[in-house]
Design a protein around this ligand. Structure first.
Ligand code: FE
Ligand code: FE
Length: 313
């Protein structure tokens, strides 16, 4: 593609990878847990919070301070109005100052995402496209259906929000509902004291602005790459895939079991797919770099099976 300009991300993290590396520290793989249990330092005595790097803490502080109901509504208006078939929930459609929507195919969006440059350790940080391919290849190795493999390939494409100028805390980070009481299962929950919604009594009850059991589709989640990509691809993939995309960063929900009181039957039916996807996302990072050129024809075919040549972004 023409636009091969390199882009840096704005925020305290050396790169988006750093949030995901931190997630792996918080949620080690079953194999790592076994290994740690055999070592001299039992895992139970390790303190995730004390071991969290200062730049990751600062990232969560900013995330938790700025992800308010008003912020989420504004971002939904900005990014979702103008997508085919989308009307942003929770507010009337405002005129967007982003100009005409960008039209890109899936592979083109992957290459666009790949122009993001991470400043974190270059030996361990993979290009964005490599994480997408490693995730997809692990799913393929397990003999999963084609839509599942495709979901692995595209699940992080929403991170192109960074390339539209969004700060790190509006692109990545654990997601959770806004407009109701924050769960204790949210990482660094104490930073939410700095969130303006802490002073809005209507947002501080268990269900807040929602009805119990209303379903997550009716709940405003913190804004980031998951929710954005869900709206871009929602017409083209099976519902299982859409749940994986939309909620893969909702660790308080799919790992900690929080917010069950807002879920409905559909959420309960499809959340096992979010859980099934998570290990591929978290634990398939390897130093062995995928051969992008060799894999491309297979994935171009797979993309063409589900998607039109271009999508509105
Ligand atoms: Fe992600
Ligand atoms: Fe990912």
């Amino acid at each position: 593609m023409a636009d091969l300009e390199r882009h840096n991300v704005t925020g305290p993290l050396g790169g988006l990878d750093e949030w995901e590396d931190d997630l792996r520290r918080r949620y080690p793989s079953p194999a790592e847990v076994l290994e740690a249990d055999k070592s001299s330092m039992p895992r139970a005595f390790r303190d995730y919070r004390a071991e969290t790097r200062p730049q990751v803490k600062e990232f969560y502080r900013l995330h938790h301070r700025h992800q308010t109901v008003d912020f989420v509504r504004a971002k939904r208006d900005e990014y979702l109005s103008g997508l085919p078939g989308c009307s942003p929930a929770g507010g009337e459609t405002a005129a967007t100052d982003r100009g005409p929507r960008r039209q890109m195919g899936i592979w083109e969006a992957l290459e666009f995402l790949n122009t993001l440059v991470d400043d974190s350790d270059p030996d361990t940080s993979l290009a964005q496209i490599e994480h997408c391919l490693q995730t997809a290849e692990a799913i393929r190795d397990d003999g999963r259906p084609r839509w599942f493999i495709l979901t692995g390939l595209i699940h992080d494409l929403g991170k192109i929000l960074c390339l539209f100028g969004e700060p790190q805390w509006a692109v990545v980070g654990d997601t959770f509902p806004v407009g109701c009481a924050w769960s204790d299962a949210i990482v660094f929950q104490e930073f939410l004291a700095e969130n303006a919604d802490a002073g809005v009594p209507d947002y501080q009850t268990r269900c807040g602005i929602y009805a119990a059991g209303c379903g997550l589709d009716n709940v405003l989640m913190t804004w980031g790459h998951d929710e954005y990509l869900y709206h871009v691809v929602r017409d083209y993939l099976p519902r299982e895939a859409l749940y994986m995309i939309r909620y893969h960063s909702f660790y308080p929900g799919h790992r900690e079991g929080a917010y069950a009181h807002l879920m409905n039957d559909a959420d309960r039916q499809y959340f096992p797919w979010v859980k099934a996807f998570s290990p591929y996302d978290l634990y398939t990072k390897s130093a062995e770099r995928p051969d992008v050129a060799a894999l491309r024809p297979y994935y171009e075919d797979l993309v063409a099976e589900f998607f039109p040549p271009t999508l509105v972004w």
